[in-house]
Write a new protein. Structure first.
Length: 164
């Protein structure tokens, strides 16, 4: 592979990992002479050093803020949490009490009922009446040939060609 501006990163990584042959190293140096801006980039990469944290005991103190907050029983249904409740209902992530409260809230407001029905349409169910009978035809056909049979075939074809 010849080094160019589309693949130079691979060569940089191999250079930094000391995986370049002498020829490739020479080719890289020639490329860097023609592209000094990339030479600067390589020098920056040389100076970059990752610190090894494996020996340190690092504790993230605020991991509770990363946890998903479920809708609690004590919250009142509002405009802000109505959509979340509709989704939670679809995913069966709410309690029966909250589910009943959501149903009452929907029954009292026609707009909320329409919005709730739109959320219900998000969930798709397959039509089990539709059956594709030729699904085996979709499977990839696998051709296996060992080296000996390929060699024999090519040799036979070459011999026939030479005899003509």
């Amino acid at each position: 592979m010849k080094i160019n501006k589309q693949n130079y990163e691979i060569f940089f990584i191999d250079y930094l990992d000391n995986n370049l042959s002498k020829n490739k190293l020479k080719e890289l140096n020639e490329f860097l002479e023609k592209n000094p801006e990339l030479s600067n980039e390589l020098n920056e990469l040389k100076n970059f050093n990752l610190k090894d944290f494996s020996e340190e005991n690092i504790v993230f103190e605020e991991k509770n803020i990363l946890k998903k907050k479920y809708i609690s029983e004590d919250k009142e249904i509002s405009k802000e949490n109505f959509e979340n409740l509709c989704v939670a209902n679809l995913e069966n992530d709410i309690t029966k009490t909250l589910k009943n409260e959501l149903k009452n809230h929907i029954n009292n407001d026609e707009n909320k009922k329409k919005e709730f029905l739109l959320f219900q349409k998000i969930k798709f169910f397959p039509n089990k009446k539709i059956i594709f009978n030729r699904k085996n035809e979709l499977k990839k056909k696998f051709f296996y040939a060992n080296r000996k049979s390929i060699f024999m075939t090519i040799s036979s074809m070459a011999a026939i060609f030479l005899l003509k």
